[in-house]
Write a protein that binds this ligand. Structure first.
Ligand code: FAD
Length: 322
């Protein structure tokens, strides 16, 4: 069976959910092998987890060069493992770092690259990757015609499905190029965590727009998000008004999300906002204007004042959970 390499995204010794999604997709294409770069003492735990999601083999490489947001060492590692393994495809998560690694890898191994896929299936000429383009107005199926396909896949493209496999660890020594040694992280400030899931990975996102009216009123959105275990998003109008940080902006000039459920409160649905959320599986909007454009694309629309509707929704969810 053809080998499919999956680059593992891990933080503080834990495998991130998008990697488990990649392993699930990789099983459709062939036999997944995971590539773990720089896991240190956590390598054995990480390998066990990867085996539970179908990784037959785990290539593990450890070196100080892999620490922090340093892309070139990771490209060195993945390139050397890919050249030795000759896989049928390489799958990487569509994070900013993942896409940078993918682009550099494709260049080094002389292959084609497809980014931001929302699905990957087997095809007659190699993996077929589906992308959502032009503000999600079209979906496009593509294959890589030259070299080993390098494909980045968006979070929430599928649900992770366990499948016990051996997860046999193969330790690999990596030789680093000069560029990999030329950059060092000199200091780091940890961003204060909200305790909510990462916006681009969250299964549920609750977003607020200009209709929320003020920074203080965003607590209505946050309370619903917390009842659902969701991330909080914001439209650009809300961000420009300084009601919510830019890191939470959804849309063309913000982040692209593709959760299972997207709830928009007081957002009109401008094309630039849609560009960042239109591939969400189920979309719900609360808007007091029955003509708001967002109501054209929702699965469920509630015409009403968000300050009436959202607190009732939050209370109902809390009641059902208790
Ligand atoms: P509005 O369009 O003002 O809509 C507010 C909505 O709230 C209305 O539909 C109103 O009926 C409803 N409302 C008001 N009060 C209530 C209430 N009490 N209860 C219920 N509903 C209520 N926008 C983004 O979001 N993300 C981007 O990344 C982005 N990038 C852009 C890039 C460019 C180059 C440009 C030109 C624009 C970009 N925009 C982006 C801006 C975009 O065009 C819109 O201006 C913006 O999305 C509007 O935000 P909004 O829907 O919150 O506000």
């Amino acid at each position: 069976m053809s080998e499919i390499l999956v680059l593992v995204d891990h933080v503080d010794g834990a495998v991130r959910k998008p990697t488990l999604e990649l392993l699930t997709l990789a099983r459709r294409l062939g036999e997944p092998s995971a590539v773990v770069l720089g896991a240190g003492d956590a390598a054995a735990d990480i390998a066990a987890k990867l085996g539970e999601y179908g990784a037959a083999k785990v290539y593990a490489a450890d070196a100080a060069e892999f620490a922090d947001y340093l892309v070139v060492p990771k490209v060195d590692g993945l390139e050397q493992i890919a050249k030795a393994a000759s896989p049928a495809a390489v799958l990487i998560t569509s994070s900013a770092e993942g896409k940078e690694i993918a682009a550099r890898l494709a260049l080094r191994i002389g292959s084609g690259i497809i980014t931001d896929a929302v699905d990957v299936k087997p095809g007659d000429n190699g993996p077929v990757a589906t992308q959502s383009v032009f503000a999600a107005s079209f979906t496009v199926d593509s294959t890589v015609s030259h070299g080993t396909p390098v494909i980045t896949v968006k979070a929430n493209a599928t649900s992770p499905q366990p499948a016990q496999a051996a997860g046999t660890v193969e330790n690999v020594a990596i030789t680093f190029c000069d560029a990999a040694k030329g950059t060092k992280v000199v200091s780091r400030t940890r961003r204060q965590s909200s305790g909510r899931p990462e916006l681009t990975e969250a299964a549920i996102v609750v977003s607020g727009g200009r209709g929320v009216g003020s920074a203080e009123s965003f607590s209505v959105i946050e309370e619903l998000a917390d009842a659902l275990g969701a991330a909080v998003g914001a439209s650009r109008a809300a961000v420009d008004a300084n009601w919510y940080p830019h890191s939470n902006q959804v849309g063309q000039t913000g982040k692209t999300v593709s959760p299972h459920l997207y709830i928009a409160g007081g957002i009109s649905g401008a094309i630039q906002h849609r560009a960042g959320m239109q591939t969400s599986k189920t979309i719900v909007a609360v808007n007091k204007d029955p003509e708001a454009p967002i109501l054209e694309l929702v699965d469920f629309g509630v015409i009403g004042d968000l300050f009436d509707v959202v607190p009732q929704l939050t209370a109902e969810i809390k009641t059902r959970k208790s």
